[in-house]
Design a protein around this ligand. Structure first.
Ligand code: 6PG
Length: 249
């Protein structure tokens, strides 16, 4: 993994404009080509504003729903109708509202017997979609990967001190014990799989994130700081989350 990558930091004045900026970037990415596009979603509360916007015009009309595929970067090991489910949330907020073809939504099998079994199934599904077993940096798996930042510095379900942080072979792994609430097992893409994207977009909002964000951007050894992308790496913050020195951006 390359040790340094240029990252763009974009500061939006508030949460609404953060969601709009994210929607604009998503629309631009999925309209870059004329063929199939792939977006890897994230859970937590940070992307909720974006997901709501995608179900509304003008954004809704600008997404070529027939040819965009929706994956999830990590999920909680609960049934999809559980309020903790990340894919359940994405379906409620936009996927089910806009008539996405069923085959274009790729949930993790969180009804498998155990998280590692779901991870193996999802890895197979990603490889089948990609059409190869090895990721080629010249041909990223995703057009856009959305990421969040936890208050302990985790991203996706890659928690501090977890072995999963070092995973280089598997694209997806099961996490028996979450490092943070909700304490349910997780299934998560690994850094190499998340990196296989034209753009990785972190969404971070709220004053509660300011300290941890300052530590990650300051270079402390925290999971989110290990994230890399084959393409662009963008941190989209709202002003409340942005550490002082980034306010003028
Ligand atoms: C999850 C997430 C996780 C999330 C961060 C930030 O399933 O919990 O995917 O990595 O992005 O914890 O969550 P908030 O946006 O709720 O702060």
């Amino acid at each position: 993994m390359a040790s340094k990558q240029h990252r763009n930091i974009v500061v939006a004045p508030d949460a609404r404009s953060l969601a709009e900026t994210a929607a604009r970037r998503l629309v631009a990415r999925v309209n870059e080509g004329m063929g199939r596009a792939a977006v890897c979603l994230t859970g937590g509360s940070s992307p909720e504003g974006l997901y709501r916007l995608l179900a509304e015009n003008p954004w809704r009309a600008e997404v070529p729903w027939q040819r965009v595929h929706w994956f999830m970067g990590d999920d909680r090991f609960v049934f999809e109708d559980d309020r903790l489910s990340n894919m359940g949330m994405a379906r409620r907020l936009f996927l089910d509202r806009v008539g996405v073809p069923r085959a274009n939504v790729h949930p993790m099998a969180t009804d498998a017997n155990y998280p590692e079994a779901a991870a193996r199934l999802y890895e197979d599904e990603l490889k089948a979609f990609y059409g190869a077993d090895r990721l080629d940096p010249e041909r990223p798996l995703f057009d856009l990967v959305l990421m969040g930042l936890g208050s302990d510095g985790h991203t996706a379900s890659l928690f501090p001190h977890s072995q999963a942080l070092e995973e280089r072979e598997h694209w997806v792994v099961g996490i028996a014990k979450a490092g943070m609430e909700p304490f349910v097992p997780r299934v998560t893409l690994t850094f190499p799989a998340l990196a296989s994207t034209r753009e990785m977009l972190f969404l971070v909002d709220g004053a509660g994130k300011r300290d941890i964000l300052g530590r990650v951007l300051g270079g402390e050894d925290l999971p989110a700081g290990h994230a890399r992308a084959d393409g662009d790496l963008v941190w989209l913050l709202d002003r409340a989350a942005a550490p002082e020195e980034h306010h003028a951006l």
